[in-house]
Write a protein that binds this ligand. Sequence first.
Ligand code: F6P
Length: 481
Amino acid sequence: MIASPAPASRYLIVSNRLPVTVSQKEGKIELKASAGGLATALSHVHGTEGSRWIGWPGETGQMDKSARAELDRRLNADGMIPVHLTTKQVERFYEGFCNGVLWPLFHYLLDKVRLDAWVDWQAYREANELFADAVARHYQPGDRIWVHDYHLMLLPALLRKRLPHASISFFLHIPFPASGVFRILPWRREILEGLLGCDLIGFHTHSYQRQFLSSLLRLLGLETQVDSVTYDGRMVRVGAFPISIDTEHFIKESSTPRVEEAAAKMREQNTECKILFGVDRLDYTKGMRRRVLAIERLLERSPGLAGKFRLIQVASPSRTKVEAYAQLRRSLDELVGRVNGRFSTVNWSPVQYLYQTMSLEDLMPLYRAADVMVVTPTRDGMNLVAKEFVACRNDNDGVLVLSEFTGAAWELGEAVLVNPYDIDGIARALQQAITMPEEERHFRMTRLRQRIQRWTVHDWVKSFDAAFAQVTSENERLRQS
Ligand code: F6P
């Protein structure tokens, strides 16, 4: 629950994607829960105190007027306000600029960044204006506006212009890169100035926070403090608020008889064969290719391990219209085929690859049955899969192999930490995990579980909310002085 400064105060959550995504089947509108940490985490804010969620409901460009009106009614009834984007806007704003420029740049994949994207930049500005109009239309004095993620980094300043005295905050769900990388962006000043429309800006880690402050200093020449900067006569607070999961929910749901039985069955079928498990959106930041190459390296180094383990890798379709994602899909298909072709026997294959979206219901038994959870992104703002796995391990068993380049690695120090660029290093870490003695597994998992019980998504919301309330009243005092 949120500790609100005034009883009438409600949250206006603003994110590119709403917590539900629409599709139309045989003329019927279907709403599905949107995947990912942002949607799940914010459901704990949405629904409280009459809060509203403003965002894109997915592709509605082809819908006729009456279908769209019906959709809007259904969304409004659940406290959601849709911002509809045309097919062209989706192509240029979402696919072109957000996922063709900002996403690869903020994840340090410089060869994938399209820097001649002036038309897409224009679309990014226009889409942010559209969101600003929608927020301004629904704003009531006293509302607290919470903007989310890289799609909407111009929005705080656009809102400040329209609503000079509003309380505005922003949270970035992906890494903020080192200033030497960020400054590659031709539109770097506009993005920084866009964010400075806020009262509070939050990141997952202190490292992202420092990198942002260093960009403010180097690119805008602003004199920054450790956790704030004065801009335009206002105090802008900057802080680290690591996102987490609803730990209790995972603990409870992973101990049901259904999950226990399914996990036990999976283990019975694999008594001689350790289960390595990975589940990711099919995204080039998730390190899946190197993970499969590490399996190949492991089998080259230790041929005796053939038949003793297998990797179950689930890759859920994501951003399928962006060429880099389509390319990754082809190359991963080919790589898995090559490695399996090289090492498989009649009864065993090293990699079992599933290209599909898996529900949490189906994931839970896998989290419970896995001997080793493999989370090796080359960059990841936080990575909640790592936390979900730990939360589900009521048996205090299972080994987490975790990339050093995830936000989660700052918290989950008892995991086997790996450099995700080092294929040989991942292979060694997998071997260590497969052969880890029971006592060490228990020791590490017990501590990991204590950590994720101490800091849950509720703590994330509470700590952000408290910082937001504080800076809002500081700025109120400044205005009145
Ligand atoms: O982490 C960034 C993020 O935007 C998440 O919020 C979301 O789960 C994921 O990327 C996928 O986003 P989308 O399908 O909206 O591009």
